[in-house]
Design a protein around this ligand. Structure first.
Ligand code: PRT
Ligand code: MG
Length: 218
C-alpha cells in the first residue's frame, strides 16, 4: 500500500475531472491547496493534513486506486469500462464530466447502408473494449484500429471509415465534418475506492463517501 497507508490519497486527473470534482470535495471539507493547471507538482496537499491529491492521467486513475497507491479516485465510466473493475469499489455516480459514447462517420458516408450490406468497417478508437462489444452485439464486422487521441482525424486522413469517441457539445465533430450515427452509452464520472483501504480507513473514507453521495446524480 506504499506511502498511502497513513493518510488519504485521492487520484484526480487535471482538466474537467479536477475542476468538476473540486466543488464535491469542498462539500466533504477538502480543498486542494494548489491548482494542477498552473502547478507542476504532482502531489498536491489539501487543507486537511491527512489528505492529499495525486495528479494522474485520466486513464491511470483506476490503476492507482486498484493498487492502493491512491485510496480514492475519480474516473470516467469510459475509462472504467476499458480498465475493468479489479480491486475497485464503485459506489457513486458523481454525475460530472458527462458526455456520450458515439459512433461517428464523415458527413457523406452512408453508415446504415454499409451496415446493411455487411461491409467490413474500419473503426478507429481509443475504446477498443467498448467498440468491440458494441459492434459484436449488432453483428457488424469491424477492424478496430487503436488510437490514443484525436480520433476525429482518422476518417479525414483515410485511416478509418468510422470512429468511436466521446461527444459532449458536438463541436469537434462539426468542425471536422463528422456526424454521430449511433449512441453507444451515456458516460459520467464515478468515484472509485480501493477495497482494502475502505476496510482499513473506513472511519475517514466513509464520511467522504457520505458527503459525495449527497450530491449523487439521479
Ligand atoms: O486529454 P488527455 O489526453 O490528457 O486525457 P483524457 O482525454 O483521457 O482526459 P480528459 O480530462 O480529456 O477526459 C477525462 C474524462 O472526461 C473522460 O474519461 C470522459 O469520461 C470525460 N469527458 C467528458 C470527456 C468529454 N466529456 C469530451 N468531450 N472526455 C473527452 N472528450 C473529448 C472527446 O474525446 C472529443 O475529442 O472532447 C472532444 C469532443 O468534445 P465536444 O465538446 O467537441 O463534443
Ligand atoms: Mg482529453
Amino acid at each position: 500500500m506504499g506511502s498511502a497507508v497513513e493518510g488519504i490519497t485521492i487520484a484526480l486527473s487535471k482538466g474537467r475531472i479536477f475542476e468538476e470534482t473540486l466543488p464535491l470535495l469542498a462539500s466533504a471539507g477538502i480543498t486542494p491547496l494548489e491548482n494542477p493547471e498552473t502547478s507542476r507538482r504532482l502531489i498536491i496537499p489539501t487543507n486537511r493534513e491527512d489528505t492529499r491529491v495525486v495528479v494522474v492521467r485520466a486513464t491511470d486513475a483506476p490503476t492507482y486506486v486498484q493498487y492502493g497507491a491512491a485510496d480514492i479516485g475519480v474516473a470516467g465510466k469510459d475509462v472504467l469500462i476499458e480498465h475493468g473493475g479489479d480491486g475497485l469499489y464503485q459506489p457513486i455516480n458523481l454525475g460530472i464530466a458527462r458526455c456520450r459514447m458515439m459512433v461517428a462517420v464523415p458527413a457523406g458516408f452512408d453508415y446504415e447502408r454499409a451496415v446493411r450490406q455487411g461491409a467490413r468497417l474500419r473503426v478507429a478508437t481509443k475504446y477498443l473494449k467498448i467498440a468491440r462489444e458494441h459492434f459484436a452485439a449488432k453483428g457488424v464486422h469491424v477492424d478496430l484500429i487503436k488510437l490514443y487521441g484525436s480520433m476525429e482525424l482518422a476518417p479525414l486522413a483515410g485511416l478509418a471509415d468510422a470512429i468511436v469517441d466521446l461527444v459532449s457539445t458536438g463541436n469537434t465533430l462539426k468542425a471536422n465534418d463528422l456526424v454521430a450515427v449511433e449512441h453507444i452509452a451515456d458516460i459520467s464520472a464515478r468515484l472509485i475506492v480501493n477495497q482494502a483501504a475502505l476496510k482499513l480507513k473506513r472511519d475517514r473514507i466513509v464520511p467522504i463517501l457520505d458527503a459525495l453521495s449527497k450530491k449523487e446524480a439521479p
